[in-house]
Design a protein around this ligand. Sequence first.
Ligand SMILES: NC(=O)c1ccc[n+]([C@@H]2O[C@H](COP(=O)([O-])OP(=O)(O)OC[C@H]3O[C@@H](n4cnc5c(N)ncnc54)[C@H](OP(=O)(O)O)[C@@H]3O)[C@@H](O)[C@H]2O)c1
Length: 324
Amino acid sequence: MRNTTLGINGPEVGVIGLGAMGMTFAYDMATPRDEATSISVIHQALDLGVTLIDTADVYGPYTNEELVGRALAGRRDRAVIATKVGMEAIDPTGGPGGSPLVKPNGRPEHVRSAIDDSLRRLGTDHIELYQLHRVDPEVPLEETWGALAEAVQAGKAGHIGLSEVSVEQIKRAQAIHPVTTVQSEFSLWTRDVQAEVLPYCVEQGIGLLPYSPLGRGFLVGRFASFDELPQNDQRRRLPRFQQENLRANLAIAGKVREVAERTGFTPAQVALAWLLAQGPHVVPIPGTKTPKYLADNVSAADVRLSAEDLAELDAIPAPEGARY
Ligand SMILES: NC(=O)c1ccc[n+]([C@@H]2O[C@H](COP(=O)([O-])OP(=O)(O)OC[C@H]3O[C@@H](n4cnc5c(N)ncnc54)[C@H](OP(=O)(O)O)[C@@H]3O)[C@@H](O)[C@H]2O)c1
């Protein structure tokens, strides 16, 4: 696979990463997980040139990092691990629909202890990219970011990044320690970052990691109605997936399919190639636990869409419903 770097100064990675979240968290939680398949997907990803594996301590909670750690045993040097801190599970079943109740925790002492827990679960002594999952509104960003910077100074983290932040917040962090990456929801139906965050990242040489780049499966035609969403699945609570909005949004997935049929690519390849065209250090992290989807996503690295195709995708209208 083609490589790039995480921002101008970060480690080299394949231009398509792998999001591990859905392997143990968030989606289709009523169906028991097949850990062997998830691990084989991570191995297959490494074999296909994926290096960036994205996880977070709160996914599971905690089981996702453990799974990634088990998958990377004996293969550690082939992966660039990106994990996150700053969201804490305060009640394992107290969230909506019996899901874990999570809230931001940006206290420096939390960051200092959480990285040691992440290292243990991941079975490693360093994390290439340690990311702040969310800014805690109750803790000055400078204090939280300062604790992440300490992890770099201690040799526990190679680089640090932010998630879901404004340009103003990026600048505040930069005043203390370089920001290597920003992770944000970014896809054909979530374009908020295009106004300010993406141009600023391009100007500053900061890497952008689009999360949920396939619209949580919607953009690639996985769901034609609300009833098709699995039980106990986070998407059932998102405004965009509610039946009326979802029905209206089918036109968006239809446009992706139309471009895919005309160009001979798959919808996933089209959605990811559109993201890759947004900047040299844009590394989407599609999530999958399914071998054939992984192969599909990875092959997007070689897809170049024409200017006409990109313009047609740019013209896709905004969806109905907020993203959260
Ligand atoms: N920073 C944050 O706050 C944040 C928030 C959300 C996610 N993330 C990160 O972003 C990663 C990806 O996001 P995501 O998982 O929410 O959404 P996504 O990558 O847009 O979509 C994942 C969904 O699409 C399906 N899928 C994947 N590739 C496919 C293909 N080629 N064809 C058909 N279906 C396909 C997956 O199915 P299967 O799982 O059944 O294979 C899954 O249901 C996560 O794993 C996580 O690391 C970060």
